[in-house]
Ligand binder design. Sequence first.
Ligand code: PEP
Ligand code: MG
Length: 323
Amino acid sequence: RREQLKRLAVQPSLTADGEHLELAANIGSVEDLAKVLENGADGIGLFRTEFLYMGRSSFPTEEEQYRIYKHVLEKLNGKRVVIRTLDIGGDKELPYLELPKESNPFLGLRALRLCLQREDLFRTQLRALLRASTAGKLNIMFPMIAVLSELREAKRILAEEREKLQQEGIPVSDSIEVGMMIEIPAAALSADHFAKEVDFFSIGTNDLIQYTMAADRMNESVAYLYQPYNPSILRLVHMVIKAGQRAGIWTGMCGEMAGDQTAIPLLLGMGLHEFSMSAGSVLPARELVSRLSRKEWAELAEEALAMGTQEEVKQFVEQRSTT
Ligand code: PEP
Ligand code: MG
């Protein structure tokens, strides 16, 4: 079986009814690249840039960041690389970044919220990304957006930095896609508005589930509420994908759910285009989707969406996907 899977590393990601999908990998460091290439991922769907800022005593410079982004883009050799801007705060702290103590860090100043307050940090990262953009197929993704004004502000700053670089005579790719994570229920519910202003969505189910169920994703005592196949989560995911389709943009997913063998048939049926997961899950996912028909699962997903509990959904999918 391992040999069979290995052969799939050089195959395209195709469903049984001939639809092309992107099965991409998540990376959290440069060391993860080897596995991405080895497993034949169709791209990188989430590059968590936090590691560049962690385990050190000062912010990484523009030059340091530029070199790493360029390296990753070159290694992927023209495949899509989605780089997420800094998602610090919440449980991830930086010793050299003095922030006021918060009683609810996950509901506080994290990710893009922090970047919009500390524009200096944000601009440095964006410049590094823009400079690296000519080395491959770069997508820039903003995390933790709740309202349109945050997205607009982030895009305005990005456009300003692009303009500055151009005035300095530094080349910047003109085919960068700019997208956002959907990981706050407010953004999922307003996806139709957001879809008009981005090139793509990527659903971050790790946070989307925790915020929808009001259950800390790390807290064992409420782990029973952490339900990827709960109808409320499925409805939000479905809404986002449909809003994307209506606006003509693609939707991906980069939370753990994207690599989950029980979730994949449903996500496929709902019309998800890109699935980003840990590199080790890519080949099993490619094998699974090759046995699934999008058309058939579109109907089955409708049925699942009408169910009342996660247990029913899980049992339903498991029965239908093994036959
Ligand atoms: C998510 O929230 O689903 C996600 C991919 O981001 P992170 O796990 O880094 O918060
Ligand atoms: Mg997240």
